[in-house]
Design a protein around this ligand. Sequence first.
Ligand code: SF4
Length: 214
Amino acid sequence: MSFYDEITSVNIMDYSREVDAKSENEVERALAKARNDEQLDLGDFMALISPKAIPYISEMAMLAQKITRRRFGNGVSMYVPLYLTNLCTNNCKYCGFAVHNKFKRRVLNAEETRLECEAIKKMGYENILVVTGENERRGGMDYFREMLPIVKEYASYLSMEVQPLDTHEYKELKTLGLDAVMVYQETYDPACYKENHLSGKKQICVIEWKLLNA
Ligand code: SF4
């Protein structure tokens, strides 16, 4: 079963109702398990994000801090975002890059990218997150082929927030020096997705989603 089949078989509203119905006793039980270092399950998680858990937020924060310190120590991972372009053909309600917002759009050329990298280097960062909007024509694979090797010269760890690509393109990004790629799925609720992605390629995803479910 693919992830898509799995997620479309779930009714998010059922989970939402289950969360709302959690009792104070269930919150207490989940917290007791956390205090005793026992494994929490999905029901416990639901209790801890339920309205009944609101009075326990401080205690949850303290427990979370204790567990985080035990697992990761006091280490803090810092990275710098490098915006190569703010061009985007999509229109997501929650984003300043959305195509209908009127402001000056930029696509850094090789020289400008190098200047940014030099500035980042001076700040002492080697963990760089490259960010772009979605624009296949001016900010797609041809552009990445030119820019990523430049950024990689300055990065010991290079990651990227990038538009959805084909498998062979992700593979190619790796050969260009990329260590990790971030692709966000803002919501798995088709109605909410449609409401927040008003036009552009992401709106097409909504139509494809509908066809797949027809
Ligand atoms: S696709 Fe990304 S960059 Fe473009 S509008 Fe949506 S969130 Fe913003």
